[in-house]
Ligand binder design. Structure first.
Ligand code: AMP
Ligand code: GLY
Length: 418
């Protein structure tokens, strides 16, 4: 099969790395890809959000299957467009990707189908939003409705902070149109766990549970990022909790999307909070998480191409999906200054040494002259290692990561420990 993966970060490197192991995949392409992905796939220079160019290229080059990984092209309807062109595609259609693209939609869905989540109200007018915040008091959570690169959420400790956040979204248009509607919700307390699940529109198979670390610095301090590291499985996610999540959250969500005429095919990402009253949904995403995908797919024993096909064909219930025992941990190596300003184009050393005892997924790299690998983004590499236990996986990942260096490189030293 000729297969195209859309995207170019660490998550897409992990997907390509796993697909390259499938005997069914004879030719693998990735658009736009990066320097690490180029080691397992042929990179094609098309922007992940360029739906028209992507579909035309897939058609012209006779792709048998396309996997769309990032949220933007999913929300833009890339899967719909590929299907229209007669190309089987993995990922939700635009009418199902809205579960991530609009928080107002997902909160309404949970309310209608009694899926546990934080209490909330939606606002399109600033004065009403401000009145509500003053009436509810703090702590309180303010969210931009649309996609905001994971940065449109403010957990406000005081009423003043919450007021400032809605003003920035609704008055200063900090997130553009994404902040025209805001969701204001109750602040939940408890450990956070992420569960990704394969879905075929009707059936759902959860992957191993995981946890990521969104803050830039040790001790969960500093600004929010796309994720500084992740591990799986999560020790907080006991079999009892898994059972409750399946019955109270996962299956009801898939059934709700089907009932709404928006069958969900692809990966559904459940951001969960394990509160005293039980597990509740913090957020849904319509895709694999980054960096959660790196440790999760490192633990997968089943052919990923078989799973993708079953999701598209609606036969997920007939597949036996197997995982390795033990644990996996991914340490993100970032550019100094990320997520604010940082330099790009810096030469990286030590990748080969690190790769002897880990898998080094590239998140943002490019090939320089002489074939040297250069930094090209905020998150640069995701060093991922396995272990018989979580502490062993963490130690192995750090031991490998410490071989790598470049000017101002930054990473957290407490992934998996806080
Ligand atoms: P989100 O982009 O919706 O995942 O939110 C980012 C982070 O904000 C989450 O991972 C949580 O840590 C936090 N958060 C979001 N909603 C709530 C809530 N209702 N209560 C407490 N924390 C929240
Ligand atoms: N790591 C969080 C996300 O992918 O949304």
């Amino acid at each position: 099969m000729k297969v195209l993966v859309v995207g170019g970060g660490g998550r897409e490197h992990a997907i390509c790395w796993k697909l390259a192991q499938s005997p069914k995949v004879t030719q693998l392409y990735c658009a736009p890809g990066n320097a690490g992905i180029a080691q397992v796939a042929t990179c094609v220079e098309i922007k992940a959000t360029d739906v028209e160019a992507m579909v035309a290229w897939a058609k012209d080059n006779a792709m048998d299957f396309v996997m769309v990984a990032p949220d933007d092209p999913l929300a833009l309807g890339m899967v719909d467009a590929l299907e229209k062109a007669g190309i089987p595609a993995f990922g939700p259609r635009a009418n199902a990707a809205v579960i991530e693209a609009s928080k107002a939609f997902s909160k309404e869905l949970m309310k209608k189908y009694h899926i546990p989540t934080a209490k909330y109200e939606t606002f399109t007018e600033l004065p009403k939003a401000l009145d509500y915040i003053r009436a509810q008091g703090a702590p309180i959570v303010v969210k931009a409705d649309g996609l905001a690169l994971g940065k449109g959420v403010v957990v406000a400790a005081t009423v003043e902070e919450a007021e400032q956040a809605v003003r920035e979204m609704m008055e200063d248009h900090k997130f553009g149109a994404s902040g025209a509607t805001v969701v204001i919700e109750e602040c939940m307390v408890g450990p956070e766990v992420t569960v990704l699940a394969f879905c075929d529109g009707e059936h759902l198979v959860p992957m191993l549970s995981s946890q990521d670390h969104k803050r830039a610095y040790d001790g969960n301090k500093g600004p929010n990022t796309g994720g500084m590291g992740a591990f799986c499985p999560s020790p907080n996610y006991t079999p009892e909790i898994a059972d409750r999540c399946m019955k109270e959250i996962f299956l009801p969500t898939v059934a709700a999307m089907k009932a709404e005429g928006r069958p969900f095919k692809g990966v559904l990402y459940f951001g969960l909070m394990l509160t005293q009253e039980g597990p509740k949904v913090v957020e849904y995403n319509a895709r694999f998480g980054d960096p959660e995908t790196q440790p999760i797919l490192s633990m997968l024993d089943t052919d990923l191409m078989d799973i993708f096909q079953a999701c598209v064909d609606g036969t997920l219930d007939q597949l036996d999906i197997r995982w390795k025992s033990g644990a996996a941990c991914c340490i993100v190596l970032a550019s100094g200054g990320y997520p604010l300003s940082y330099e790009k184009g810096l030469p990286i050393s030590g990748i080969e040494e690190a790769a002897k005892s880990s898998t080094v997924f590239h998140a943002g790299t490019k090939l320089g002259e002489n074939g040297q690998i250069l930094t090209n983004s905020g998150r640069v590499l995701g060093v991922t290692a396995l272990g018989e236990t979580l502490p062993a996986a963490i130690d192995n990942a750090y031991a490998a990561a410490r071989h790598i260096t470049w000017k101002d490189m930054h990473f957290r030293t407490d992934i998996g420990k806080v």
